[in-house]
Design a protein around this ligand. Sequence first.
Ligand code: NIG
Ligand code: FE
Length: 414
Amino acid sequence: MRKVFINIRELLQVRSNRQKKVAGDAMKTLPKIDNAFLIVENDRISDFGSMTDFKAQNGDELIDATDRLVLPSWCDSHSHVVYAGNRSQEFVDRINGLSYEDIARRGGGILNSAKTLQNTSEDELFEQSLNRVQHLTKLGTGALEIKSGYGLTVDAELKMLRIIQRIKQETNLKIKATFLGAHALPEKFKSNKTAYIDLIINEMLPKVHQENLADFVDVFCEKGYFDLDDTNRILSAAKRYKLQPKIHVNQFNTFGGVALGVQHNALSVDHLEELSTSDIEALKNSETMPVALPGCSFFLGIPYTPAQQLINAGLPLALASDYNPGSAPSGNMNFVVSLACIKMKMTPEEAINSATINGAYAMGISEHYGSITIGKKANLILTKKMESYHQIPYEFGNLPVEKVMLEGKFFEDL
Ligand code: NIG
Ligand code: FE
């Protein structure tokens, strides 16, 4: 049976072909149809157009979208939603004057989450993580990349990645998994980083590959974490298992991580709160998507990724949540889109392009997700009543979402 949205005030992000990403000036346009219809058959978009051209068929299930908008669900290409507990004490410590880096230096931060995760059973960790993902669905996220990286032992990293696979099976979201064994140096290896990198390369990567647990590889390439040589070693080893990189770079310092990512044909380079002209040069003529994580900048009070610098250079940009217990304990993509407009001076068009089609590209799924295109998956947001899509970022902190459809089914019906 066809499910048909009718009287849609604005049908957003309409693309006629399976375009993979938008860049530069093209990001300033968000193609739309006013007073539109959209037809869903099975799990796919089968047709759309102007209401004046709509012909109903017997048996159509009509969804009246009067005064409401329809757009592709958010594609969140960078998250760490599989974690145990929370780090609200560190949040208070930061209010009282410590920096994120101070906290990490005294054994908190990622190592704190790793300790909690290692002491949490697989089922308990699964429950906590699944709850977060289900909440994200209600907020309009329909595709989500999830990283490991709070395990930091062979067993605990594999445990995280298996949980990501369980989430994939138990939900209708499109899930991609990233192996981030190189997230921090475990206490045990404090004076022997090489030995930990050997463990990643010789034990973790082969097991991740054997069990087919990851789509991508990530490294936290940052001062005090993993340097260019470390990152290069890990990415080269991962290439043997066909794991494409999506890396954390330039969160606090710029020292060539972006160029290294591009050299390794990274699908994305994420964070970029710090950005040099040579980083921008490296991204030109590459297929690598820069990804901004404004929720992290907001929560840590660090600079925002200079979006206009990237876009003015003709580059694309994606937005993601970075949902994690230390630097962004929220995965609300509506808020991410608002922040991008308010703090990064992105226009609503640029921000929505970044959080849909470019987000899909940054997780390797834009062939089937991220735009309203015939044949793409019916992963959709039906908004609450509003006059135009400008209200999505404008009413920051409010939820613009009325209903979410994933794979052709409304979330409540799943
Ligand atoms: O993307 N920067 C590295 N990783 C995460 C934060 C991890 C944590 O603090 O738990 C990030 O911000
Ligand atoms: Fe991250």
